[in-house]
Design a protein around this ligand. Structure first.
Ligand SMILES: Cc1cc2nc3c(=O)[nH]c(=O)nc-3n(C[C@H](O)[C@H](O)[C@H](O)COP(=O)(O)O)c2cc1C
Length: 199
């Protein structure tokens, strides 16, 4: 079967961010799977202008633009900041629109407290719907993140591995199913499937 491309977006630029550990660890888990290719994007690497916003400036970020055009799905790793998502994450997502349509999105929620980012994930669901992304059934939550990884990012809780595996299985299923749909079922959002069939 064709490989899926599922980039991971780390959604906070905070200097002492703990969310970097789950993001990098998950990329490592994805890389163990032969059916998936990934790439880690980090909002800290996006030098966003102070005086402009949105799709008008997407060509200033060609690596992100081309990755999402090619992607079959997306993983968003976000901490919960006052029950919401970080502003830089929203600014990066808002660079594109049509490029996301009918692709899967899976959420990784991170928190220092006991809820594992459940509230930020709920806050992201209506926002990504407007981007045309399709949310997976399974989230991956990291409550008490500072106890789950050591300072070097080593996973301290082996129970996470099974949850991450289930999370990725669901994302792969959704991504593959939507990829088939984009390639075979007519929609005004995709190039005509007949063209592909006649190749
Ligand atoms: C501005 C800000 C707001 C926060 N709000 C919440 C919150 O609403 N709920 C929560 O569980 N943790 C909250 N936290 C703590 C984070 O859960 C904690 O920093 C955790 O390590 C994940 O975020 P990080 O990647 O920035 O470290 C907040 C942290 C910051 C910096």
């Amino acid at each position: 079967m064709e490989k899926l491309f599922l980039p991971v977006l780390l959604g906070t630029n905070r200097k002492q961010r703990n969310s970097v550990h789950p993001a990098k660890w998950l990329v490592g888990e994805i890389e163990k799977r032969p059916e998936i290719e990934t790439k880690l994007f980090d909002v800290v690497d996006f030098v966003l202008p102070r005086d402009d916003y949105g799709q008008a400036i997407k060509d200033q970020f060609p690596e992100w633009r081309d990755a999402i055009i090619r992607a079959d799905g997306l993983v968003i790793v976000s901490p919960e900041y006052n029950h919401g998502y970080p502003g830089p994450l929203k600014a990066v997502l808002d660079l594109l629109l049509r490029e996301y349509v009918h692709k899967a999105v899976a959420f990784v929620g991170v928190s220092a407290g006991p809820w594992g980012g459940t509230r930020v994930i709920e806050a992201m669901v209506p926002m990504v719907r407007e981007l045309g992304l399709a949310v997976t059934f399974s989230d991956l939550n990291f409550p008490k993140v500072q106890q789950t990884f050591d300072a070097e990012g080593k996973l301290l809780d082996p129970a996470v591995e099974k949850r991450a595996s289930d999370f990725l299985d669901e994302l792969v299923w959704m991504s593959r199913t939507l990829k088939w749909g984009r390639e075979n079922v007519p929609s005004k959002f995709h190039s005509a499937p007949e063209a592909k069939e006649s190749q």
